[in-house]
Design a protein around this ligand. Structure first.
Ligand code: ZN
Length: 434
């Protein structure tokens, strides 16, 4: 484990966790500003009222304070203690209510008494408080409670962030995460931080592919981004939606809509080579922003590597999804898997045999492998380096990807890439750019 990396990640978790985010607002701008310390994010502000396909960008929401006070003036629920106490996009309210009237506006967690649930009211003109069952039980039937939500909705904008790292090829890999959840650590925030660190990693390398990192509010933000960057995204074939990557529980991955797409088998190869157990979640129509990116008009194969996947852990969408549940070490472990995956994606290129007519005279090019050469035959599923050379020269016609070659001959893409690079150096292979 990379200790200094975990420490850096932990620092960002602690700084970003307390911020009150939503689908719009200052919290999102502040979050992207902090992330900009790692990578130069471009900010796009989409004005309220902008039509994006079948949706309209909502009014901006701002909240200053909220509480419920008993008749003695004691705060029994206080937004300042947890921003989950107010359902996101709650209308402003100021008044006195008895418990019975107030009850309709109170939400508790269905199974965990000390958890504050997470609720949103993005497209309703309503308000609600979320509280623990213990807080709820402490409210007395005969008591009157003063209630304040100091919020407002106004013509503002929705904030999106993008960072494109240009590679040799114009072919893009989409990497998206969502910035819209308030103080929860695994859902939303862990994905934002992982994406930022992954982008930082890629920004320091010479890459073959172009990487498009997208930081948007879930659903409406992804829809707006698809609308704004429609032309670019229609050309993209492969993507990753990064979310719920920092829990203490199991690793897993959600498959892209085409389970035979290389990204799925490649992720499995990363897990197997890392000696990790993992859960497989087949593509499902529910989920995160792959719902937009995989829609008919875009059809981007988006997969997700997770650690304690959304829906699956008991603290999901509650105040217990916090920094006791998520930490820099766990997040750093998942980050290393994403890096390994990206390294494999980088190997997946197209090459053409420069000598298509009959066999190459290998000895002339010093390609007859010596005994105990660079490659361990056991690692290659019994394939010798000579086998791999011959298969590459047989299959690489500029149309078959190196991943498909590796699958066909039953070797890891890293090993096939190692041999391909040798052949490339000797100009026996040449690279085909898309
Ligand atoms: Zn969520």
């Amino acid at each position: 484990m990379n200790e200094s990396l975990s420490v850096r990640i932990q620092d960002y978790l602690e700084r970003l966790f307390p911020i009150c985010r939503s689908i719009t607002g200052e919290g999102n701008r502040k979050t992207l500003k902090i992330i900009s310390e790692l990578i130069p994010i471009e900010i796009l502000e989409v004005p309220s009222g902008t039509k994006v396909y079948d949706w309209v960008v909502p009014l901006e929401w701002k909240i200053e304070d909220a509480w419920i006070k008993d008749s003695k003036g004691e705060k029994v629920v206080d937004f300042k203690n947890s921003n989950l106490h107010v359902a996101s996009y709650s209308e402003p309210v100021e008044g006195v209510f008895d418990k019975k009237t107030l009850e309709e506006k109170l939400v508790t967690h269905p199974t965990i008494p000390d958890a504050i649930p997470y609720r949103t009211l993005y497209y309703n003109s309503d308000w609600a408080f979320c509280l623990s069952s213990d807080q709820y039980e402490s409210l007395k039937a005969e008591e009157n409670y003063s209630v304040l939500i100091d919020s407002k909705k106004f013509e503002g904008s929705m904030t999106l962030g993008e960072y494109v790292i240009k590679g040799q090829s114009s072919e893009e890999i989409l990497i998206s995460c969502y910035i819209c959840h308030p103080s929860m650590a695994n859902d939303s925030l862990s994905g934002v931080i992982l994406a930022a660190f992954l982008a930082e990693y890629l920004s320091k390398k010479d890459n073959f592919y172009t990487y498009r990192f997208v930081f948007v509010p879930e659903t409406i933000g992804a829809i707006a981004y698809c609308n704004i960057r429609e032309e670019e995204l229609k050309k993209v074939n492969t993507g990753l939606v990064i979310t719920t990557v920092g829990g203490p529980g199991p690793f897993g991955y959600k498959q892209s809509f085409n389970k035979d797409h290389f990204i799925n088998a490649m992720i499995e190869q990363v897990f197997v080579e890392s000696g990790l157990e993992f859960e497989t979640y087949p593509f499902d129509i529910h989920g995160s922003d792959e719902r937009q990116y995989s829609s008919q008009g875009f059809r981007i194969n988006c997969a997700t590597i997770s650690k304690d996947k959304y829906y699956e852990y008991p603290f999901y969408h509650s105040s217990l999804d916090n920094l006791e549940f998520v930490n820099g070490n766990q997040l750093s472990d998942t980050l290393s898997l994403y890096k390994k995956l990206i390294d494999k994606i980088e190997c997946n290129r197209y090459y053409r045999n420069s000598y298509p007519n009959c066999e190459v005279m290998l000895s002339k090019h010093d390609l007859y492998p010596k005994k105990g050469g660079a490659i361990d035959p056991n690692k290659l599923g019994g394939k010798s380096e000579l086998d791999i050379i011959l298969w590459i020269l047989f299959l690489c016609d500029g149309k078959m990807s190196l991943w498909d070659v590796s699958e066909k001959i039953g070797a890891s893409i890293d090993e096939v890439d190692f041999v391909a690079k040798k052949l490339l150096e000797k100009k026996i292979l040449n690279e085909v750019l898309n």
